[in-house]
Write a new protein. Structure first.
Length: 100
């Protein structure tokens, strides 16, 4: 019930829980402000350049019965280039959540 109301009031909550509407920009959610601990979901795998032909979002099943999606990203280059870009991407990700 509270989550349903939060979906209507804050699209950022809907995004975290798999229901984000792209026409609405995410805003900091009251749920994020109250979180003491977080879970970062990620995956890494190295393959030869040019080997990957398609990437699909990963689906998460949440404790509340909802699903969420994680957009998968690809970085190609040398080890150094990948490390630099990965660090930039991680920094940019946390810039979306200045409250944490």
């Amino acid at each position: 019930m509270i989550l349903d109301t939060a979906f209507q009031l804050n699209p950022a909550i809907a995004q975290v829980h798999g229901g984000f509407r792209p026409e609405e920009p995410p805003r900091p959610s009251f749920m994020m402000l109250r979180m003491a601990n977080l879970t970062l979901v990620y995956g890494l795998r190295l393959l030869p350049e040019g080997e990957v032909t398609e990437i699909q979002d990963a689906t998460l099943k949440l404790a509340n019965g909802h699903q969420a999606h994680v957009t998968m990203h690809m970085i190609e280059g040398s080890r150094e280039e990948i490390e630099i870009q990965l660090k930039r991407s991680l920094d940019a990700f946390f810039d979306f959540y200045p409250e944490i």
